[in-house]
Unconditional design. Structure first.
Length: 291
């Protein structure tokens, strides 16, 4: 490489280049450049190298731009895919939620319908059962009131019961200033029969009123006590005949007597004292012991 001095050949002053001309800053001389063939080729090579460099630089910039665009497009495509996946997920979740709500709604409606149906069915069944119970009870009532043998047996059972609980057990009458004792003076005698029907269950019961004679030990005066023996759980046996369980049922303000001194008092306090029962007198076996 050769270095060339750019001083003015006239005065050795500093030369300034303007285009293809050089001017001396001291003496003002002007000079032109005389290119030779080698200088022209060199300049072309330099110019070609610069052009190549510029083209390469431009290509590089284009490649960089393309790469950036490719990255941007890839990012946008990835973002688009993510957005699509998100939308698909939301659609799936919405569809699942809608299906769940529909199924739950149908299930809830089915439960409500089942409850309503069960309630109506239970009410209908209860009404049907009540009607059957009432019909069955009515059949028992008709059977009991028409079965003379059954009534006679129950009257005898109640009579025997009253006799057993009173025989050998004197009572003390405290209604007077001086206490008086009395003993059973005969067999209890049936005076009235009633069929008591419970209004809700329609279950019939047979109530038998007995007149029981007593005699005072001091004067041998005779008095009468009235008591009730009831027979409940009336049903049909395997032969279709009525059966019942014995159940003693007596009350009195004077508990020692196990009964009432007046039959009307017994009727008021016992029979009329139960509002949930319907009273049906049975005159088939009514005795004449009322005194």
């Amino acid at each position: 490489m050769k270095l060339t001095n750019l001083n003015c050949p006239q005065c050795n002053g500093y030369l300034q280049q303007q285009g293809d001309m050089f001017f001396c800053s001291s003496c003002g001389s002007a000079f032109t450049i005389d290119y030779d063939e080698a200088d022209v080729k060199y300049t072309e090579l330099v110019t070609q190298a610069d052009r190549t460099k510029m083209l390469l630089q431009s290509d590089l910039e284009v490649m960089q731009t393309d790469f950036q665009l490719s990255e941007s497009m890839a990012d946008r495509e990835q973002q688009r895919k993510l957005q699509k996946e998100l939308k698909d997920s939301l659609k799936t979740a919405t569809k699942a939620a809608t299906t769940y709500l529909v199924v739950m709604g149908i299930g809830f409606a089915a439960v409500i319908a089942m409850v309503i149906w069960s309630s109506k069915n239970w009410k209908s069944h209860k009404e049907q059962q009540a009607a059957k119970d009432k019909e069955s009870a009515q059949q028992l009532v008709e059977l009991v009131t028409s079965d003379l043998h059954f009534l006679e047996n129950e009257v005898a059972r109640g009579q025997n019961y009253e006799y057993k609980i009173r025989i050998g057990s004197p009572v003390t009458d405290t209604r007077f200033l001086q206490e008086r004792t009395a003993h059973l003076a005969g067999d209890p005698e049936m005076t009235d029969l009633y069929l008591m029907t419970e209004k809700t269950s329609h279950a019939p019961e047979l109530w038998i009123v007995y007149q029981i004679p007593y005699v005072y030990d001091d004067t041998y005066e005779q008095i009468y006590i009235y008591d009730v023996v009831s027979f409940n759980e009336i049903a049909k046996d395997k032969y279709g005949d009525p059966t019942a369980n014995e159940h003693a049922f007596s009350r009195s303000s004077n508990t020692g007597w196990r009964g009432f001194f007046e039959k009307d008092q017994l009727y008021r306090e016992l029979l009329l004292g139960y509002d949930d029962y319907e009273i049906m007198p049975i005159d088939t076996l009514k005795g004449g012991a009322d005194k």
